[in-house]
Design a protein around this ligand. Structure first.
Ligand code: AHR
Length: 506
């Protein structure tokens, strides 16, 4: 299949917010306990955090992490996780029907995040609790000293405030499964008042209001309109969540969900614009896509695990063995975020360790990168700068979720120093190679620095990285693609392959 494409240096989409490559971690399953934290593990540091997992986390260069939930946060008392460990209560986590020991709380997590070089984005419980608990939490985290909660933090050995400026106003508040779920107007009012309290702590405070739990919710997108009408001027982002599956093993339809996500983003953009116009507001609200990932391999099996009344401690939940197809999908989805970076400023892969995660860790054992680790890593490392428009002329297909889906899914990012550019390209065709001819305009002579590839060797796309075989699927150096005359990227991209082409422009 012949592909004509073009990138022009001046045809930009937006400056990409680095936080597009953020992550999410919840007190759920083995994400925290025996995921990032396991005292007694051979690699544990003095604080009990696993250094093998930390190394893998560092490799992703994650800018920000959303914590502590998720559904978990909607019945969580943040105060349970502070002070001497031996005095912390064991609680029942109603979201995942597990036992929460509270051995890790805000201070331990903040220490880990600092070690990992990641900023925190904290979620407030607006399910079972409200403004009072929220403002105390912000005061504990952010106020320097001389007040009840800030002095309590200092008495817990944390002299300097954390200066957290991203605050999520609850989680999936439209979901009937959520403890303390609410009606749109009711939630919008509470979010508005809570945002006001959060913003009282400083000019740089940013708030994230809950959008629908996903685009299949019966109240979507009316929820967004009603919620935003209540709180528009006090919130900075609206959150989107979407998980993806391929139970029917229909690869092209699965890949079509990338376009479906674009439509979701566009619709929420429309709701934002509508409310902004209605309110005659100058304020901008952007999108925070703070939960996204593939989640289906173990979904049904797992449901049984969190619908019993055994209240296990850190049970194995949602431990997906991601395959090559998932990695290709994630590469394409990240392209969509780059293409929509004018709207989407923050996005969080959900989650980070063990629970639907790019990183897996065995209790007492090894840690490894799942297949999706790699496209996420490439985007995080090379997808920072300015998103450029990629005009693509390629054959298309129709599938259940979308029509006219291009077989070629591409994005381009000009690095912040303007000296290099990265093309991220997914060939979704099941059988045909893409004969690429991509014209570069407005750049000085380009040369190929590096080319990484995943898939495309007739490899079975259902092969996964597992405990027994953790390195089966990895990127390799690509071949057969070059830059002619400093301005035309040419070469063959095999079927079902994902490419990262790094070009020097210096
Ligand atoms: O990430 C797993 C769960 O998915 C989160 O707790 C919740 O917000 C979403 O429904």
């Amino acid at each position: 299949m012949k592909i004509r494409a073009a990138v022009h240096r001046d045809f930009t989409i937006a400056e990409i917010d680095d936080r597009l490559y953020s992550a999410f971690i919840e007190h759920m399953g083995r994400a925290i306990y025996s995921g990032i934290y396991e005292p007694g593990h051979p690699t544990a540091n003095e604080q009990g955090f696993r250094k093998d997992v930390l190394e893998l986390v560092r490799g992703l260069n994650i800018p920000a992490i959303r914590y502590p939930g998720g559904n978990f946060v909607s019945a969580y008392n943040w105060e349970d996780g502070i002070g001497p460990r031996e005095q912390r209560p064991v609680r029942l986590d109603l979201a995942w029907r597990s036992k929460e020991t509270n051995h890790v709380g805000i201070n331990e997590f903040a220490g880990w995040a600092k070690d990992a070089g990641i900023d925190m984005m904290l979620a407030i419980n607006l399910g079972s609790r409200g403004i009072d608990a929220a403002r105390n939490f912000v005061e504990y985290c952010n106020h320097p000293s001389g007040s009840y909660w800030s002095d309590l933090r200092r008495s817990h050995g944390v002299e300097q405030p954390y200066g957290v400026n991203m605050w999520c106003l609850g989680n999936e508040m439209d979901g009937p499964w959520q403890i303390g779920a609410k009606q749109a107007k009711e939630y919008g009012r509470l979010a508005d008042e809570t945002a006001k309290a959060v913003k009282a702590f400083g000019r740089n405070m940013e708030t994230i209001v809950c959008g629908s739990s996903n685009d299949a919710m019966p109240t979507y997108p009316e929820w967004e309109r009603q919620v935003l009408e209540e709180c528009y001027d006090n919130v900075d982002y609206i959150s989107l969540h979407k998980y993806f599956g391929n139970n029917s093993h229909d690869t092209l339809n699965f890949f079509g969900k990338i376009e479906e996500t674009g439509r979701y983003i566009q619709a929420i953009g429309g709701a934002i614009d509508y409310v902004k116009a209605k309110k005659r507001s100058k304020h901008n609200v952007y999108i925070c896509f703070d939960e996204w990932n593939v989640w289906y391999h173990r979904r049904e099996e797992d449901k049984k695990n969190w619908t019993t009344w055994d209240w296990p401690e850190a049970p194995a939940l949602l431990e997906e063995d991601y395959n090559l197809e998932d990695a290709l999908f994630v590469g394409g989805l990240l392209n969509e975020f780059i293409r929509r970076s004018d709207r989407v400023k923050i996005a969080c892969i959900a989650q980070l360790v063990n629970v639907i995660a790019p990183i897996r860790a065995e209790r007492g054992g090894k840690a490894w990168a799942t297949t999706i680790y790699y496209p996420y890593q490439f985007a995080s490392l090379y997808g920072r700068g300015t998103a450029l428009n990629v005009a693509v002329d390629a054959p298309t297909y129709d599938c259940a979720v979308e029509d006219d889906v291009s077989y070629i899914d591409a994005s381009a990012v000009l690095a912040k120093d303007g000296k290099s550019m990265t093309l991220f390209i997914l060939n979704r065709h099941l059988t045909e190679a893409a004969d690429l001819n991509l014209q570069l305009t407005g750049f000085s002579a380009a040369t190929l620095i590096e080319h990484f590839v995943m898939g495309g060797q007739g490899q079975d796309i259902r092969l996964a990285n597992t405990s027994e075989n953790p390195n089966r699927i990895k990127p390799r150096n690509g071949e057969g693609v070059g830059v002619e005359d400093g301005s035309v990227v040419r070469g063959a991209l095999p079927p079902l392959s994902y490419h990262v082409l790094r070009l020097s422009l210096a």
